[in-house]
Structure formats: C-alpha cells, structure tokens
Design a protein around this ligand. Structure first.
Ligand code: AMP
Length: 312
C-alpha cells in the first residue's frame, strides 16, 4: 500500500461530470462518487479507492487525489473512456435532472482489491452498480462497519441486486427522494423504518439509516434512536454535485478516525458529514474540497455547534 494505513476503503465511480447550474457551467470536471467521498474523508482518515478509469484520466487528475494522500492502488486504468455523467440544476438547487449517464469502462469492471485493503475495517460501498458493491465487500475479510449509498439509476435498473447487497450492510446513506422511491413511502419516518427492515445481516451495529435532505440536512434512525442535523446555512451555493458523497466521506472518515461507532459518535459523524457537504457546494466540482484546510473544518464545526445550541 502506498500510504501507511488505509483503514477506509471506498468503491464508487471516478467520473467526468458535465454540470450546469444557474451560476455556472463546467464540462468534463473530475467527479464521481468515490472521488468526492475520498476527498472529504481524507481530512479524517486515509481512504483507499477501488474504481476504474479510462485513458482520458491523466496524471493531473491522479495528482488531485495524491495531493490529499488518497491511496490509489485500487484505482485501475484500462483502455476506453471513463464514466461520464451530466446533470443540470434549476434555481431550486435541491432538484437536479440527469442529462446522461455513460458507464463506459465501468461496464466491464471486475474489481480486484489490493491485498492490503482486504484488512480494512471501514468500508463504503459508494454509488455504483450493486453487483460491484457486493464484489468489493466479499473481498474484505472482517469489516467493522459497512456503509452504502445508491441512487435512482440503480434503484430502477438493478433493483434485486440492490436489495441483496443491502442485507449485508450496517448503514444506508440515501437521498430523501431515493428513500421514497426505494420504499414506495412518501413519509420519511415511515421510509426510514422500512429501510431498517431491509438491512441487517452485517450486525456490527444495529441497522442504521441516514436520509439526506439536501440543504435541509439529514435524518438518522437506529432502533428507537433518532437524530436530526440541519444543513449548514450558506450564503453562496454554486454547485450541489457531490454534496451527498462528501457527506458520506465526512461521516465515514470521522468514524474511521475515532474507531467509535456508538450512537453518540454516529450523531457527531452526521455533523461532520453535513459540514463536508457544505464546503463541497461552495465552488464548482471538487475545487473547494481540493483547497480546504483542517482549520476551516474546525471553525465551521464550532459555528455549527453555536447555531444549533439553545438553552432549555
Ligand atoms: P451526489 O451529488 O453526491 O449525488 O453525487 C454526484 C456524483 O455522482 C457525480 O460526480 C457523478 O459522477 C456521480 N454519479 C452520477 N450518477 C451515477 C451513477 N449512476 N453511478 C455512479 N455514480 C454516479
């Protein structure tokens, strides 16, 4: 392994995104679920990526990951084009339209986990085909905590495979609209409870669901426990792409760093996740995460605490 301790392994997309928002447009920007996740997680832990890219992924792109000390031993480069995705946002930045999804090199991808990753304790099955998520998980010897994210593309296109892999994970981190689609339940409390019933053979912790609600924050459920963390109120939002993956990166990264998966820590992980999502949206693409500092995270955590505190 290139870094000394990659205790957090993520599988997901490494992509080129074409994004349109009311405030700007960017074509072929480095993106993808594993990219955003690992950039955010790198402020807490040493993430290792499992993904595939094509010949269009250059040394400059690689350097963006290396600058954050992300382990790329599991990032395979093959002939062909990388995954490509296009999305457009209206003024309501909580809603986006997918313009295209081109799987390209992901269609033939057969993940082989580097030997050192097989001992990872924290695993995140980022947004990608559920069969790939399952193939990666089956190669990790003794995970302590397994999280998963998905999206409508897979809920609709690989439903059965998704239900199968859900049974093997501890935590599902999912968007509100996708939670509704998965459970056919409008009410998010009911949807959360239904999802808990879909998880659960992993048993590292009681089955847990975190529902992301864009700028409105997240709702977390575990047994009889509930938690709500608001989104951090921002004046300037440019591009919500990757906010969900950055949330997951901050969330899992914090847990991998502290090695504590108690409910109290899961709540704090939700706050760190919200904070990483809030940084991500301040610039187009991954720019903000590339230039972020630990001091900025610390300061925003303090502001978050102050903003959400009230006396009895
Ligand atoms: P988020 O905004 O956090 O939901 O994630 C946006 C990222 O997900 C973009 O960088 C896309 O490249 C990536 N993405 C979009 N659709 C898919 C898909 N079907 N599978 C995997 N990754 C995707």
């Amino acid at each position: 392994m290139q870094n000394n301790l990659s205790n957090l392994v993520v599988v997901g997309s490494v992509a080129f995104d074409s994004i349109k928002t009311p405030f700007g447009q960017k074509d072929n920007a480095l993106g993808g679920s594993a990219t955003y996740f690992s950039l955010a997680a790198s402020f807490f832990a040493n993430p290792g990526i499992v993904a595939v890219v094509g010949e269009d992924f250059t040394d400059n792109h690689h350097q963006i990951l290396k600058n954050r000390k992300i382990d790329t031993e599991g990032l395979e480069k093959v002939k062909g084009k990388s995954f490509r995705w296009g999305g457009e946002y209206s003024f309501d930045l909580n809603n986006r339209k997918t313009l295209f999804t081109e799987l390209n090199v992901f269609e033939q991808f057969n993940p082989k986990i580097p030997a050192d990753y097989t001992n990872a304790e924290y695993v995140f099955l980022g947004n990608i085909h559920p069969l790939l998520q399952q193939k990666v998980l089956s190669q990790i010897k003794k995970p302590k905590l397994v999280g998963l994210d998905t999206m409508n593309f897979w809920i609709e296109g690989a439903h059965k495979e998704l239900l199968d892999v859900l049974k093997l994970v501890d935590i599902l981190i999912i968007n509100d609209s996708e939670a509704r689609e998965l459970t056919k339940e409008y009410n998010l409390v009911k949807a959360g409870k239904k999802i808990i019933g879909m998880l659960g053979e992993a048993k590292n912790i009681p089955p847990t669901v975190v529902i992301k609600r864009g700028e409105y924050g997240v709702l977390a459920f575990q047994n009889g426990n509930w938690f709500f963390a608001p989104g951090f109120p921002l004046e300037d939002v440019y591009d919500p792409t990757g906010a969900g993956d950055s949330f997951a990166g901050g969330f899992m990264g914090y847990l991998a760093k502290t090695k504590d998966t108690s409910w109290q820590h899961l709540q704090r992980a939700c706050v760190y996740g919200s904070i990483m999502g809030s940084f991500c949206v301040e610039k187009m693409g991954t720019e903000r995460l590339q230039n972020l500092t630990n001091d900025e995270i610390k300061t925003r955590f303090g502001e978050f605490k102050r903003l959400t505190h009230f006396e009895e």
